[in-house]
Ligand binder design. Structure first.
Ligand code: ADP
Length: 365
């Protein structure tokens, strides 16, 4: 059991890539911290520095009140679960789990106790004599976790452990990992690029971008109040609509709603906060949308459209490739059936509007 404190951590790789540009935060004892961000944002680098697999260029990493910068991985009291579980193919499940403990010279009865306990928790007790190839992907993943559990470390580190599994199994394993962590109550750091995985697993969510922390907090606090346009479009799917005020002629509506924002500000509205309504008068912001695509996914319908006024780009995309420029997404109940080419009056309540500066920082609350 331990807390983990990062203070102004930096990493410059040989060759000059500045992968981590000064990151600091604290993970309380027993908390599940998820590092999330797009590929290349530095999350694996940060995790590997905590693990001791990468040197630390600057700052300190403290585990359980002890600065570990200079300690070897084996001395840090951590256990890591990787995406390619790296099980030994010729060893039984039992031996895969026992291997690390034997290497440490732990007495046999203690090893046996720990392996059987872990197998019980992970529900792989009947499979201890099997070889990894005789297991399903999910079972192999559990063995990989078993290997971490038997160490009884102060901190678990997970590096995209589910990314090799198919979608259905990923959801099942996600739930299992969360239940397991609650049961063991071990401080954990988990890296993923999947915002949904991050939202559902985290006690504390750390959203990273370009080697810095964009925002840190409880998942729903971040969802409800993203600090930047980057976070606004990264957390939540489909992403938040981001509309520059001026290009969309929204200044007068904001004034009517008594929202103060500079002329170059950007308005953010989540797809689910729009509804079909001709009434934009009382406490609501209204838009007219020309429908150009519809996706019906059962419980809900995604409507894509462009605002019915002329002008250049009316939406901005903070996450390249996510939303075609100019498109607005509206998420409606499944029974809604707009048609392509239709002009749709949509509105969002004032309390659900987000404002960002031209530089992408949240304005007000
Ligand atoms: P993520 O895990 O978020 O995808 P990484 O931590 O792997 O990001 O990488 C962060 C940045 O550091 C990237 O620009 C990547 O190209 C660079 N990088 C990662 N590993 C090395 C390395 N061993 N040498 C040089 N640059 C690296």
């Amino acid at each position: 059991m331990a807390n983990v404190v990062l203070h102004d951590v930096r990493k410059i790789y040989p060759g000059g890539v500045e992968a981590i540009k000064g990151v600091g935060f604290e993970i309380g004892d027993g908390q599940f911290c998820v590092l999330v961000g797009p590929s290349g944002c530095g999350k694996s680098t940060l995790l590997r520095m905590v693990a001791g697999l990468e040197t630390i260029t600057g700052g300190t990493i403290d585990i359980g009140g002890r600065v570990v910068n200079q300690l070897e991985p084996a001395e840090r009291d951590i256990a890591m679960v990787f995406q390619n579980y790296a099980l030994y193919p010729h060893m039984s499940v039992y031996n895969n789990m026992a291997y690390g403990l034997r290497n440490r010279g732990m007495p046999k009865p203690e090893i046996d106790k720990r392996v059987r306990e872990a197998a019980q928790i992970l529900e792989i007790a009947p499979m201890l004599e099997r070889k990894p190839r005789q297991l399903s992907g999910g079972q192999r993943q559990r063995v990989a976790m078993g290997r971490a559990i038997v160490r009884q470390p102060k901190v678990f580190l997970f590096d995209e452990p589910l990314s090799n599994l198919d979608a259905k199994l990923r959801i099942a394993m996600r739930v299992e990992i969360r239940k397991l962590q609650r049961r063991l109550n071990t401080t954990s750091i988990y890296v993923t690029h999947d915002q949904l995985e991050a939202m559902t697993l985290a006690d504390i969510l750390v959203v990273m971008n370009g080697g810095v922390v964009e925002q840190i907090g409880k998942p729903l606090d971040i969802y409800n109040k993203p600090a930047t346009t980057f976070v606004a479009s990264f957390i939540g799917a489909p992403p938040m609509n981001l509309l520059p005020l001026k290009a969309n002629g929204l200044e007068s509506q904001l004034a009517r709603l008594q929202l103060n924002a500079p002329g170059d500000a950007v308005l953010g509205v989540r797809p689910e906060d729009f509804s079909i309504s001709g009434d934009s008068a009382s406490g609501r912001l209204g838009l007219e949308l020309i429908v150009d695509a519809i996706e019906r996914v059962g419980p809900e319908t995604y409507v894509y459209g462009t605002p019915a006024h002329d002008g250049a780009a009316r939406t901005v995309s903070a996450k390249p490739g996510e939303l075609p420029p100019g498109e607005i997404i509206v998420r409606l109940p499944g029974e809604a059936v707009p048609v392509i080419g239709e002009r749709l009056q949509i509105a969002a309540p004032r309390a659900k509007l987000h404002l960002f500066s031209a530089a992408g920082r949240r304005i007000g609350d």
